[in-house]
Write a protein that binds this ligand. Structure first.
Ligand code: ATP
Ligand code: MG
Length: 631
């Protein structure tokens, strides 16, 4: 708390000075003298941070550590197969990245070119990101679980000239044919596909794959044809570093653009303050590099700070539900950063798989991606962390580059489910639907009133959509799309997306609250709540409920759950419908897609919209079927 307060005061005293001092954490080829120049007015829209500074993100993550940390492990890789792992030092990572950068260069890939990465969770994924950054190419990582169609649309959207991939990915004992998917995507992309003149393939499983002469290269052979030195390209702070497509929870994914200087400062700053990683700690973020969390908190933040970052190829439940905690013991992990969806899935398996491990090395637990239900928070805190590890519930978005609202480890941990306070330097606020500021304890729409270095600079190829989506609802302010409640202590509780807020008989309710009440019932593993048109109440409450392993779905239980929510929250929140379901539609990053559930509840299963980022499309059919009982 004390450090948070001191930093916040420094920011209040002189904002430019605060952010220029934070920029000092990086190695700049040319130090910036100007902090920012920002206007969120549609007329004269621009966002610039440290614009006179020159740096390179790859240099930042590798070269600057060579002298003091050359032999320190940069990437600790844990394979899908529990018997396989590998430690890569900063010096070794530097060499691999230089070689990969040289391979790209030799094929004419250079500054400003877009390169798609469609990779398994192997160290080469990080090398590929850093190799692009090294030569000033703009990477766009596409999660390896996406289909050829989804990949094709991203190749087209960003105008890629090269793709870096692997023969196959391993995940949970299964394989995914990455190279084959790339070939199909390039074909599908037509003219945009023809523009791809290099496919660089990493050999992971040794599977036989197609090979197109003149276009395709193997990484394991081409790496020996180039030298291990590659100077890093001096980049202006505002040169783009990467494009990343959002999860698609609310609609068609947006190609969010992040630039070099501000993003790197913000990733480094937040990683240091939130995770407090000591020099000898092993830090583990379980996200995939295909998401923003993987960018900022597996690769750029930790490596910029010289941390040992663990990269995991597999999934938390393979070979069994103990895997995560076994990895913690095997590598003596100190900080673990995961998502509520993983926590709820593991919680469903009971305490046994956790308790048979030691977890003595753990110092801190983090969560990100969705509101965490207090029940899941307590389990994480008490069972996994044995009550001794602070939990950082980090709220942020692809568009924010790094965490904006979170507890810091030294804060008192007394509010399960609250993201609590803004990072020093961040200025959130709540407004009503007309944009009027709400003071003190209040609930409303979450906005940011001031820019920060890690903020996205645009949507690739569609700046209009960027301004329209984020800066037009409340002109001159950044609208997050999320709702929040601020309590008497000034702590923020994220209530979910404002599109998901229910209005039942004139009462506004966040879906998160009802979901948390359901998850708190001993029979319930997971829940998603949406509204549907109701003649009398305006909106009715439709709950999709996943039961715990081994619990029978009966009408009596559905009725009990209805009573349970009524007890916990009050009569206005009483569910009109409880649908016991086999699963929920989720994005590939594990978020519940409520917009699909809403359409089903509304009786419009023919209007589901963009479902390209859905993880298990067959779940949807079962839900449509199950909803017929309410017709
Ligand atoms: P799209 O923008 O395409 O609809 P998305 O919003 O799911 O997809 P992300 O940028 O990955 O894509 O997710 C950001 C959103 O995740 C936030 O706006 C918020 O709704 C939710 N979120 C992230 N972390 C938290 C958290 N700690 N607590 C509550 N909600 C969170
Ligand atoms: Mg979003």
């Amino acid at each position: 708390m004390r450090e948070r307060n001191a930093m916040t005061s420094r920011h209040v005293e002189n904002r430019d000075k605060f952010w220029l001092e934070e920029a000092g954490r990086l190695h700049w080829f040319k130090e910036p003298m100007v902090a920012s120049d920002v206007s969120w007015d549609a007329e004269d829209f621009h966002i610039r941070w440290y614009e006179d500074g020159v740096l390179n993100a790859s240099y930042q993550c590798l070269d600057r550590h060579l002298e003091t940390r050359g032999e320190k492990t940069a990437i600790l890789w844990e394979g899908d197969d529990p018997s396989v792992s590998e430690a890569i030092t900063y010096r070794e990572a530097h060499e691999e990245v230089c070689r990969m950068a040289n391979v790209l260069k030799a094929r004419g890939v250079g500054k400003g070119d877009r390169v798609i990465l469609y990779m398994p969770m192997t160290p080469e994924a990080a090398y590929a990101m850093l190799a692009c950054a090294r030569i000033g190419a703009v990477h766009s990582v596409v999660f390896g679980g996406f289909s050829p169609e989804a990949l094709a649309s991203r190749i087209e959207d960003c105008g890629a000239v090269a793709v870096i991939t692997a023969d196959e990915a391993r995940r949970g004992g299964k394989t995914v044919p990455l190279k084959e998917n790339v070939d199909r995507a390039i074909e599908r992309a037509g003219k945009a596909g023809d523009a791809v003149h290099l496919v660089l393939t990493v050999r992971v499983t040794g599977a036989k794959v197609g090979f197109e002469d003149g276009r395709d290269l193997w990484w394991h052979t081409s790496r020996d044809d180039v030298t291990k030195e590659c100077p890093s390209e001096p980049m202006a702070a505002e040169d783009p570093l990467f494009i990343l497509y959002t999860s698609g929870s609310t609609g068609k994914p947006k190609g969010v653009v992040h630039t070099t200087g501000g993003y790197m400062v913000y990733a480094s700053y937040t990683h240091e303050k939130i995770f407090e990683v000591a020099e000898d700690d092993v830090y583990w973020c379980t996200a995939d590099v295909g998401w923003i969390t993987g960018h900022s908190y597996i690769v750029y933040g930790p490596l910029a700070n010289g941390v040992t970052t663990l990269m995991f190829e597999g999934v938390p439940t393979y070979p069994d539900a103990s895997r995560m905690w076994e990895v913690v013991d095997k590598h003596k992990v100190a900080q673990i950063y995961t998502a509520p969806t993983a926590i709820r899935a593991l919680m469903r398996e009971g305490d046994g798989p956790v308790k048979k491990t030691s977890r003595a090395s753990l110092k801190l637990l983090g969560t990100v991606g969705e509101p965490i239900n207090p029940e899941a928070w307590r389990w994480y805190h008490e069972v996994v962390g044995e009550g001794r590890c602070p939990i950082v519930d980090t709220w942020w978005q692809t568009e924010t580059g790094g965490v904006l609202i979170t507890p810091l480890p030294s804060d008192p941990m007394t509010k399960p489910g609250a993201a609590t306070k803004p990072m020093p330097g961040i200025m959130p606020a709540l407004v009503d639907n007309d944009g009027n500021p709400l003071d003190g304890a209040a609930e409303g729409n979450l906005i940011l009133t001031e820019s920060w270095p890690g903020q996205a600079r645009g949507v690739w190829g569609d700046q209009e959509r960027f301004i329209q989506t984020y800066f037009s609802t409340y002109p001159g302010r950044y609208f997050t799309g999320d709702g929040a409640r601020r309590d008497e202590g000034g702590d923020y509780w994220i209530t979910g997306r404002v599109d998901d807020v229910l209005n039942v008989s004139g009462h506004r309710m966040g879906t998160a609250e009802i979901e948390s009440a359901l998850v708190a019932h001993p029979s319930v593993a997971e829940a998603a709540v949406v509204g549907y048109p109701h003649d009398i109440k305006g909106q009715g409450v439709h709950c999709y409920v996943i039961l715990n392993q081994g619990t029978e779905p009966t009408d009596a239980l559905a009725k009990t759950l209805r009573g349970h929510v009524r007890e916990e929250i009050g009569p206005v929140a009483t569910p009109d419908r409880v649908q016991l379901a086999p699963g929920l539609p989720k994005t590939r990053s594990g978020k519940i897609m409520r917009r699909i559930l809403r359409k089903i509840a509304e009786g419009h299963p023919d209007q589901l919209g963009d479902t390209s980022t859905l993880a298990e499309p067959q779940v949807v059919d079962a839900l449509i079927d199950g909803a017929k009982q309410f017709e």
